[in-house]
Design a protein around this ligand. Structure first.
Ligand code: NDP
Ligand code: 2IT
Length: 443
């Protein structure tokens, strides 16, 4: 079967879910030739089975706002694949959330989790609830109602959710409290917990740090390093913040941050002091990035994304499809040599085509941002042991995991001197899950 024949069936079966189609097509293009060369996967209909969620849960989330008025949102959990471990993946709270968006994220998660080398299946969930502009009390009411239904579907050996866009430490706390109350058990059912009740050191940092470690590996492979690199970063949430921290530590300089309102451009660089101010602005005051421009005398590009700003390395760390073909062309034209995707699927297929033509070092999301879920896996291990590992221990395990993901990309993606990272990550992630599925029979 060709990729286009396969995709025709996927589109017919999953109408209107464009992000899911995009994610499946990207993987199919990499793994189809590999499947053709290894008929056991074709005979077992592995690709067809992998593209079908094991289970989809959709539910009503009613809650009372501060005026005492009822509100209703829709909640989801996609349990995509459990061949190599319990379902694992974040919860997104954003008004754009719908079934197709979470199916794309759950699908990506299956391959990403496999690449980490840890025993985690793939899942994703969330809601169209918008935490922006809500009081702490309203966020708590929503989280409690959301968990009241979700709790019957998850568990430390079944499905372990975590953070994603709109779900940070505050939301994980509210959800954990409600789970514990309803189930009367203290278990590692969520990751991204605070340190004093079962969280892991380095989990908040893990996605950003891991992404920079991965880019550093790509650069090392071509005898280069992060030192002196000018970097553009999009977003200003969890992933963006710790990406900047690690770039600074490795001697690079970040010059942009953004949110849905626009981009700030600070050519002097976002140093540790400015970053601390951003963390307070975003994580405590929950303000807009525009305020940075006033505070530090930087440029504000209203309604714009950072990709027109000259850089050596780009770190898209906001959301899907935030770099289109013309953004990618602008990056390449301005001399960008590497892309590290902190976000999930931030580059459109047209953008990826541009990187491939230009031989840009392209660290796609499922490889480059796997550090977050990897340390979630380490948090699960610590919870099972009822022990907490040191910062150094967790950070060195994270580094080893990112190096091993890079090695897997080379193993399956080497094309002469060039590394085709999408092929490497997609095939590398596929093999482990596919073999487990074959071992476990037709389930
Ligand atoms: P946060 O909620 O902490 O931050 C998200 C940031 O991205 C905010 O600055 C937000 O701006 C911006 N953003 C979100 N949606 C849009 C949009 N539609 N258009 C423009 N800007 C947008 O989320 P995270 O930092 O956790 O997640 C960022 C990305 O990283 C996501 O793609 C996520 O899936 C991915 N990721 C996260 C991991 C984690 O461990 N947290 C792990 C692996 C990947 P605004 O506030 O204006 O909405
Ligand atoms: O996209 C992702 O990998 C995450 N949001 C983190 C998932 C997790 O379980 O830590």
């Amino acid at each position: 079967m060709s990729v286009s024949q396969f995709m025709k069936k996927i589109v017919a079966k999953n109408p209107g879910e464009s992000e899911f189609h995009q994610a499946v097509q990207e993987v199919a293009e990499s793994v189809m030739p590999f499947i053709d060369a290894n008929p056991k996967y074709k005979e077992g209909k592995i690709l067809e089975r992998i593209a079908e969620p094991e289970r989809v849960i959709m539910f009503r989330v009613p809650w009372l706002d501060d005026k005492g008025k009822p509100q209703v949102n829709r909640g989801f959990r996609i349990e995509m694949n459990s061949a190599i471990g319990p379902y694992k993946g974040g919860l997104r709270l954003h008004p754009t959330v719908y079934l197709g968006l979470l199916k794309f994220l759950a699908f990506e998660q299956v391959f990403k989790n496999s690449l980490t080398t840890l025993p985690m299946g793939g899942g994703k969930g969330g809601s169209d609830f918008d935490p922006k502009g809500k009081s702490d009390n309203e966020v708590m009411k929503f989280c409690q109602s959301f968990m009241t239904e979700l709790q019957r579907h998850i568990g430390p050996n079944t499905d372990v959710p975590a953070g994603d866009i709109g779900t940070g430490g505050r939301e994980i706390g509210f959800m954990f409290g409600q789970y514990k109350r309803l189930r009367n058990e203290f278990t590692g059912v969520l990751t991204g917990k605070a340190l004093n009740w079962g969280g892991s050191l380095i989990r908040p940092e893990a996605t950003g740090y891991g992404c920079v470690y991965f880019v550093n590996e790509m650069l090392k492979h071509v005898n280069d390093s992060m030192k002196g690199k000018i970097c553009t970063v999009s977003g200003s949430g969890n992933v963006a913040q710790y990406t900047i921290e690690k770039v600074n530590q490795l001697g690079g300089k970040c010059v942009t941050l953004s949110d849905s309102g626009g981009t700030i451009h600070d050519s002097k660089g976002i140093d540790a002091k400015k970053l601390a101010w951003v963390m307070e602005l975003k994580n405590v005051k929950r303000g807009r990035i525009k305020e940075y421009a006033k505070k530090f005398d930087a440029k504000y590009l209203e309604g714009k994304r950072p990709w027109g700003v000259k850089c050596d390395v780009a770190f898209p760390s906001a959301t899907q499809n935030e770099i289109d073909g013309s953004d990618a062309a602008a990056l390449v034209k301005n001399g960008c040599i590497a892309v590290g995707e902190g976000a999930n699927m931030p580059s459109t297929p047209e953008a990826i085509e541009v990187y491939m033509k230009a031989k840009t070092l392209y660290g796609l999301g499922k490889a480059a941002n796997a550090g977050g879920v990897a340390v979630s896996g380490l948090e699960m291990s610590q919870n099972s042991q009822r022990l907490a590992w040191s910062r150094e221990d967790v950070d060195s395990k994270l580094q080893q995991i990112m190096v091993s993901i890079h090695e897997t990309c080379i193993k399956y993606g080497k094309e002469g001197k060039f590394v085709n990272y999408p092929n490497g990550a997609n095939i590398g992630g596929f093999v482990k899950v596919a073999d487990a599925m074959l071992d476990q029979g037709l389930v």
